[in-house]
Design a protein around this ligand. Structure first.
Ligand SMILES: C[S@@+](CC[C@H](N)C(=O)[O-])C[C@H]1O[C@@H](n2cnc3c(N)ncnc32)[C@H](O)[C@@H]1O
Length: 198
């Protein structure tokens, strides 16, 4: 079974499996930042839309979700019909350059097929000083063990080691890279100020 079929199949029951820690991790992730109403935020691998309501409540009005599973996107839109969502893989998307202030990838990164491309696309899509965040409600070790047990389809979807993750950020041009791997996982990097697009 392919990954999108897998997420389509589990989409209707996805929300029932979410735990309090998932919601508190979204809140903790967003608490790192201040948001102004005119900011543009991209939520990649948005699933059924668990990050969106918190951003909306923080006053973010320019929100865009990307989600390749039609099933997940359908549930997302049932819950949040007013939100903007595009059904596409990030690696395949024509995301415009220098457009977003923040990009969040919450509980989704290990499922992506081309990590380097995800960083390159994120860097390009961010405005100068924009921030990319990769966050999980578990530590790297817990998450990798969880995927091994969850299903053959995601068994090999692992969060890279800290040195690999740091290189992914820095090779794409990100600065101020921070990685915390404790009872959750939080990695962020900023686009350098005033950098010209290539
Ligand atoms: C574990 S779910 C998490 C969804 C949501 N972020 C949440 O926390 O509930 C991972 C999501 O990443 C999406 N995904 C997988 N590959 C992707 C890709 N290449 N680009 C964007 N999203 C992807 C899946 O379809 C799935 O909905």
């Amino acid at each position: 079974m392919g990954k999108h079929s897998f997420f389509n199949r589990i989409s209707e029951e996805w929300d029932q499996h979410l735990k309090e820690k998932d919601f508190s991790s979204v809140q903790k992730m967003l608490a790192h930042f201040s948001f102004s109403p005119h900011e543009k935020v991209l939520d990649v691998g948005a699933g059924t839309g668990i990050v969106y309501p918190y951003l909306r409540d923080l006053g973010v009005s320019d929100y865009q979700a990307l989600e390749p599973s039609e099933g997940m996107a359908r549930v997302f839109l049932k819950k949040h019909p007013e939100a903007k969502i595009r059904v596409v893989e990030f690696e395949e998307d024509d995301t415009p350059a220098a457009c977003f202030d923040k990009i969040f990838i919450f509980n989704a990164f290990p499922h992506f097929k081309d990590f380097e491309l995800v960083f390159q696309k994120s860097y390009r899509a961010l405005k100068a000083t924009g921030i990319l965040v990769i966050c999980h409600s578990m530590s790297r070790e817990e998450l990798n063990a969880y995927h091994k047990k969850a299903s053959k389809v995601v068994a090999e979807d692992v969060l890279p080691a800290q040195d690999v993750m740091t290189s992914l950020f820095t090779n794409a041009g990100f600065v101020d890279v921070q990685i915390e791997n404790t009872n959750w996982y939080f990695a962020s990097g900023s686009k350098a100020p005033f950098k010209e697009e290539v």
